[in-house]
Design a protein around this ligand. Structure first.
Ligand SMILES: [Zn+2]
Length: 277
């Protein structure tokens, strides 16, 4: 799962900023405060090609240069300003508190109902589905992962694209993982945008286990990574999931999508946990 939230606080007079954020430094929002109390919130994107950011703030005696919450779609690496916060009345205290979440991808995807996905490994191999749709470990109904699949796979096994597209997210610097949610943001991954604006994520890859780079165009069946055990996981496997981003009352959210998959049993609407495919 790729949902990263961070939060920062600062108060006039103290200028102390505490930030809780993820290991994943693909996107960060920081505050640059000048002596006259003016604060610039800056987003920096590192190994990132496509993301949607939602920024909210609680302001006391401060005005924002843009309406908040701010939803903005970011493309490419770089550093850019999001908003400027200015004290309203300098004769009394002011403070601000900001919070942001971001997700890989942009809104507008319309799933192609005729799309058929391959299994995310070489056609000559067969692997057990450890966890299916609405699985009890981490794909619960109502969660953002409810239509994901986890395929058991030895470390180093080749992971292949289930559908062709463009690589928009790659991480391969992590070397840690385990069954605790403390490892939620420690996973390596490859994320691919499909022609219909949906996205597939391939997660838990091993360190330096990406076989593609940002911006690469890949075909269905093409090797894209090497399986591993990074992130929140009980053992080596690949987490495969298709999603799109949509506007929801609470902000931009991921919608986990159920897709048709081609298996040795033919095209399946849904795979069954515990079965080898
Ligand atoms: Zn999973």
């Amino acid at each position: 799962m790729r949902i990263i939230a961070a939060l920062a606080l600062a108060a006039a007079g103290s200028v102390s900023v505490s930030i809780a954020q993820s290991d994943d430094q693909a996107l960060t929002v920081t505050a640059e405060q000048s002596g006259d109390g003016v604060v610039r919130l800056i987003v920096t994107t590192d190994h990132l090609s496509e993301a949607t950011l939602t920024l909210t703030a609680t302001l006391v005696n401060m005005d924002s240069s843009v309406k908040l919450p701010l939803v903005t779609e970011l493309k490419g690496a770089g550093k850019r300003g999001l908003c400027v916060l200015t004290p309203h009345d300098r004769s009394t205290n002011w403070k601000y508190h900001y919070h942001y979440v971001w997700k890989y991808g942009t809104r507008g995807g319309v799933p192609d109902p005729d799309a058929v996905y391959r299994l995310p490994y070489p056609a000559s191999e067969h692997h057990k589905l450890m966890q299916g749709h609405r699985g009890a470990f981490s794909h619960q109904a109502g969660s953002i992962n409810e239509n994901a699949y986890d395929f058991e796979m030895p470390i180093g096994n080749t992971v292949c694209a289930s559908r062709g597209g463009v690589v928009i997210g790659v991480r391969q610097d992590s070397d840690v993982g385990g069954p605790s949610e403390a490892f939620n943001l420690s996973d390596n991954y490859v994320i691919i945008r499909h022609g219909d604006g949906t996205y597939a994520e391939y997660i838990h890859l091993r360190k330096r286990g990406a076989l593609v780079a940002l911006g690469d165009t890949v075909d269905a069946g093409q090797p894209i990574g090497l399986a591993g055990v990074t992130g929140h996981t009980t053992g080596p496997h690949v987490h495969f999931e298709v999603y799109r981003l949509t506007d929801q009352p609470g902000g931009v959210e991921r919608e986990s999508l159920s897709v048709k998959m081609l298996t040795k049993h033919g095209v399946c609407d849904e795979l069954t946990e515990g079965i080898v495919y």
